[in-house]
Design a binder for this molecule. Structure first.
Ligand SMILES: Nc1ncnc2c1ncn2[C@@H]1O[C@H](COP(=O)(O)OP(=O)(O)OP(=O)(O)O)[C@@H](O)[C@H]1O
Ligand SMILES: [Mg+2]
Length: 411
């Protein structure tokens, strides 16, 4: 499908968004719509770096940074899929034990063949040697992509030094690409091990024009009818807040729900079981007023996309307790966090930290906190809007795993 063009003012041709179709209950607007709009330069840069090293048969490294929701993973996935040589892509959030990372790289490079052996630290050490041998002996260049590498740094700082050190060693044939949110990782890498600094690529937050173009393309693909001014309003809001495209998708999705069932409360989740089956769809699609209503509801709860990991995990802890119908107290949050953090290699939080974070989250309108002056652990916490809170933490692999109970999440 052709990429939608936007005119000089950033407006989208109305034909793209104002199709005479009905909004739908469950729209898949956040699904990747390729080719990716607005990231042509970044994709080209990645492809050029890879092509240059493949052609000259030299090793190299690239470090990709950018705030959440700027399309890093989507672009890296795209470039990776197009690459024809031997390759491996690992999302470090999904690596349960970083002491098995070399085994995972080794087996991915061999086409996912891990010989059926369990991933253990001792096997990892053996496979590190085999892997390094392979990277030296085989002449074809291997592409290793590590997404969310902050995770590896948190758990074991030496891993990244070693992996980013490979392209600098004589006889190695490897391109290493690392992706993370922070900008500072290359400095830390080179300070620690004097590895040659990788090439860098920074994903800036999406501009209003880019948000408009991406959203328009998804809307068009889904055949949803959205007023062009409503899209423009949403794009401006997203660009002014964080440039996180997930926020635009969420506004559109919720506006679709609002348009389908105007009498329904806006913050009810999409596809909720309680939805009346016979709500008549609205023929005129998503109007400006629907988007405005969703945005004003969001304003009352500040965006959580920039919250530090520990605070996001505390939100997940609260959600888990609530789902299990257990009282949410400072003590319960503290215990749940400790359970999760050990498996994730996150730093511990003291009880004072937990109280401090609860106060912060209360000031952001996420929690309500009722302090118990006699026993601080019994201070009660409740969500202002559980759904809004969940909405802002889901989507990250680690948070999803916690909420699905695959990381210390069982109650
Ligand atoms: N240019 C784009 N066109 C279409 N969809 C996009 C684009 N950029 C991002 N998306 C979609 O938006 C969502 C978030 O993007 P992505 O996961 O790539 O962000 P990210 O920068 O990796 O964020 P994080 O730092 O949180 O990992 C994904 O569903 C992705 O497919
Ligand atoms: Mg990502």
């Amino acid at each position: 499908m052709a990429t939608p063009r936007i005119n000089r003012r950033g407006a989208i041709p109305s034909a793209l968004v104002d199709t005479p179709k009905r909004p739908r209950k469950s729209c898949r607007i956040a699904e990747v719509c390729e080719p990716l709009v607005g990231r042509e330069k970044e994709i080209q840069f990645m492809e050029d770096v890879i092509a240059e090293h493949m052609k000259s048969e030299t090793s190299g490294s690239l470090y990709i940074s950018g705030t959440p929701g700027t399309g890093k993973t989507a672009c890296v996935d795209y470039v990776f899929r197009k690459h024809k040589g031997k390759k491996c892509l690992i999302n470090c959030f999904a690596v349960e034990d970083c002491r098995t990372i070399y085994s995972q790289i080794w087996s991915e490079l061999r086409g996912g063949n891990d010989g059926g052996l369990p991933l253990t630290p001792s096997r990892n050490q053996r496979e590190l040697l085999k892997l390094e041998g392979m990277l030296q002996e085989e002449r074809d260049i291997k592409l290793i992509v590590l997404d969310e590498i902050d995770q590896l740094r948190t758990k074991d700082s030496t891993l990244l030094d070693r992996i980013f050190g490979w392209p600098t060693l004589p006889k190695f044939h490897v391109i290493v690409i690392g992706v993370s949110n922070g900008l500072d990782l290359t400095t830390k890498l080179s300070l620690r091990s004097a590895v040659k600094t990788p090439k860098k690529l920074h994903f800036t937050p999406y501009s209003a024009e880019q948000v408009t173009a991406i959203t328009a393309k998804s809307i068009h693909k889904e055949g949803i009818s959205v007023h062009p001014t409503a899209v423009a309003l949403c794009s401006k809001r997203v660009a002014n807040r964080s440039g996180d495209i997930r926020m635009a998708f969420s506004i559109v999705k919720r506006s679709v729900i609002a348009a389908e069932s105007p009498s329904k409360k806006l913050n009810r989740s999409e596809g909720s079981e309680n939805e009346p089956a016979d709500v008549p769809p609205v023929d005129n699609g998503v109007k400006i007023s629907h988007v405005q209503a969703v945005m004003s509801e969001q304003s009352s709860t500040k965006t959580l996309s920039t919250l530090p990991t520990q605070q996001r995990i505390l939100i997940c802890c609260g959600l888990l307790l609530s789902k299990a119908k257990k009282p949410i107290t400072v003590g319960a949050l503290d215990s749940k966090y400790s359970e999760i953090r050990s498996s994730q290699g996150l730093p511990p939080l003291s009880q004072t930290d937990v109280v401090h974070f609860c106060e912060l989250l209360a000031s952001l309108g996420v929690f309500s906190l009722k302090k118990n002056s006699k026993n601080v652990r019994l201070s009660s916490v409740s969500f202002k809007s559980e759904e809004e809170a969940e909405f802002n933490v889901v989507g990250k692999p680690m948070m999803d795993s916690i909420l699905n109970g695959t990381i210390g999440g069982g109650i």
